[in-house]
Write a protein that binds this ligand. Structure first.
Ligand SMILES: CCCCCCCCC/C=C/C(=O)SCCNC(=O)CCNC(=O)[C@H](O)C(C)(C)COP(=O)(O)OP(=O)(O)OC[C@H]1O[C@@H](n2cnc3c(N)ncnc32)[C@H](O)[C@@H]1OP(=O)(O)O
Length: 289
């Protein structure tokens, strides 16, 4: 588990999650209730439901909460698998909280990005078998989160993609590499450059999604798939995953500060702030209609 020093400082502001590995437990975060965790001590599978209305967008506090939980699961020897889904059956995650990037305080903006890097590093590099049960729309940061898992199951009728270029934003190299590593270079070139939001079926056809299952059956399917992953001895699976993912992770670890600086410089540009203001107005007006 890889932690930024500043992220750890931030973590101290949150209460510890009352995590109990034995038996079936439902544990709500004492701090914000943004995560619903169901841990089955018998199978060693934790189901984590994103539960931050209205759209499970990732702000600094939510990312920190996820990082705390990931650390707990990583350290819990009885936990072997993680199924990540949403408590909202229409939206898996709306991606990064746009309000974190609009009129930001530079220090908080940098901390926000470092914490997102931490979330990606911990999920992408997790020793756990990880399955995303994508039961709703999953743009941008939502797509990145799904891409960080080992396997993706998606319900029909929704959209997914790294749509940053459509918003005039450049997806960072680790977003793009996550896509390349799942879909291959050619498909990643097309969908990242064009900022495509794909239907479930389109995402399935390019390998971004491994399986398409109706929303009501998605968790059952995820549990069945998890059983297959957990038939493999943990040690062999974990080291193989590490071998495959390490070069991508190492590239971000080596450039973490530079990546934060690029992000802060880019987001605080007047032109980017102006475009973001227009985009937020469009979102809010759409919501009013
Ligand atoms: C070198 C260079 C390096 C540069 C490096 C820069 C890298 C940046 C990388 C960025 C990654 C990202 O994830 S950027 C974020 C990208 N995400 C998006 O664009 C998603 C936008 N949202 C949507 O498409 C939709 O809202 C969707 C999630 C499908 C849900 O649709 P619905 O119709 O169900 O709901 P809506 O009515 O639209 O939204 C409900 C409310 O939630 C708000 N809302 C929706 N998405 C939100 C979001 N992401 N953040 C905050 N708030 C959001 C709306 O404004 C509404 O607020 P009220 O009106 O107050 O109720």
């Amino acid at each position: 588990m890889i932690w930024g020093r500043r992220a750890l400082q931030h973590v101290k502001r949150f209460k510890r999650l009352p995590f109990q590995p034995e038996g079936l437990h439902r544990c709500m975060s004492a701090a914000t209730q943004n995560l619903v965790v169901e841990m089955d001590g018998k199978s060693g599978v934790a189901v984590v439901k994103l539960n931050k209305p209205p759209v499970n967008s990732f702000n600094l506090e939510f990312l920190t909460e996820i990082n705390i939980l990931m650390e707990k699961l990583e350290n819990d020897k009885s936990c072997r698998g993680l199924i990540l889904t949403s408590n909202n059956n229409k939206i898996f995650s709306g991606g990064l909280d746009i309000m974190e990037m609009y009129n930001p305080q530079p220090d908080r903006l940098a901390e926000f990005w470092r914490t997102l890097q931490g979330m990606w590093l911990s999920l992408y590099g997790s020793r756990l078998a990880t399955i995303a049960a994508i039961n709703g729309h999953s743009p941008a940061g939502g797509c990145l989160t799904a891409l960080s898992c080992d396997y993706r199951i998606m319900a029909p009728g929704f959209t997914i993609g790294l749509n940053e270029t459509q918003l005039g934003i450049i997806p960072p190299f680790w977003f793009v590499e996550s896509m390349i590593n799942v879909t291959g270079q050619r498909q990643a070139e097309v969908c990242c450059q064009k900022g495509l939001m794909m239907t479930t079926e389109q995402a399935h056809s390019i390998g971004l999604v491994d399986d398409v299952v109706p929303g009501e059956a998605i968790l059952e399917r995820a549990h069945n798939e998890m059983k297959n992953w957990l038939k493999v001895p943990d040690f062999a699976r974990q080291l193989t995953k590490r071998q495959i993912r390490k070069p991508t992770m190492d590239r971000l670890i080596a450039k973490r500060d530079e990546d934060i600086q690029n992000f802060v410089q880019f987001i605080t540009k007047d032109s980017v702030q102006k475009a973001m203001g227009v985009y937020i107005d469009q979102l809010k007006n759409k919501a009013k209609k």
